[in-house]
Design a protein around this ligand. Sequence first.
Ligand code: ARG
Length: 403
Amino acid sequence: MDVGKVVLAYSGGLDTTASIIWLREKYGAEVITVTVDVGQEEDFAEVERRAYRAGASRHYTVDARREFVDRFVVPAIIMNGFYEGKYPLGTALARPLIVEKMVEVARREGATAIAHGSTSKGNDQVRFDVTLGALADDIRLVAPVREWRLTRAESVELLRAHGLEVPEKRGQYSIDSNLWSRSIEGGALDDPWAEPPEEVFRWTVSPTVAPDTPEYVEVGFESGVPTSINGERMDPMTAIHVLNGVGGRHGVGRLDHIENRLVGFKSREVYEAPAAVILYEAHRDLEKAVLTPYELRFKWFQLDPTWADLVYRGLWVEPLREVLQSAGHALNRYVTGTVRVRLYRGSVTVVGRASEYSPYSRDVADYDKGWYLSAEEARGFITVHSLHSVMALKKRRPGHGPV
Ligand code: ARG
């Protein structure tokens, strides 16, 4: 099949480098590579050299860090976006933006197809394909690794045969990273019983060798958005950078779980995300201090997990995602204040919070002084409070046996 000009999402890694070769040889394509900088801290000049060496006719590096933070990561902070309570969604959040940038390049270059190096067993292919279909259904999608079922060993062989060096990818692991989280899969991690070897981590030290002195950090939020660290104002991107550094030094943010992939099976996933973990703990604590119980329950148990599921499942384009996000923003209007956390040997613990919008009143809470209910008021409240349950119980257990 002849595909003409193809725009390929290029990371510089094994699968995408093999894809350049396949697109040229098997599809007779002219390959334009695009590397989107979402904070993965690559040597982008080296990535570009690799693209040209493998046969790309033109290479683009697109700095999308600011946009990634503003349009994807900040909403994830507000929506407490942790898939199945554990995964900060870094990879899932970046995919739709990468596709947007590729479509821009495809239009500029007059390309008729877009390609990615995803396999048929992962979530990323779904995110790529769904987003492309939604944004540009006139552009063809080609996925060489998926279509030709290239194994990693075959990709290595292909690169060697073309005299290309095999990118060091910590060997056996498949790694995807951006400023929000680092995802590590495969190799030794496929045994869910085996503890992740130290070599897979890059942002965090092992909690066992972290400093024996705790470090306290104050995170300031305005309407749910982090805007200061230890009293110093900074934009969310800088705050994330600072927290990744300080969290990493204390071994905070190593995540390890069994994840329900959207392609139908469970996989063992390991992540590193110090800033995401600290912000999740701090932001949720501040929401607890500010929101009414009704707002809190609705957001935490309905909005937030639904939002995270849609993002994980590649449905960033789903209209409901935007509706949930607007509701989340509205509910965060008064989530302004400061949270104090303690970082110590792999743990992050909230130890203090303050907000001018918190209904918390020390006067009301104090046992001995201030506001109180009379004994009669308290009894009346408890009678009414329990009436539904007690009346139902009397019908169901007439003998009043133990519940
Ligand atoms: N399980 C995560 C997700 O589905 C991480 C994916 C990592 N991708 C990769 N190409 N290594 O978002």
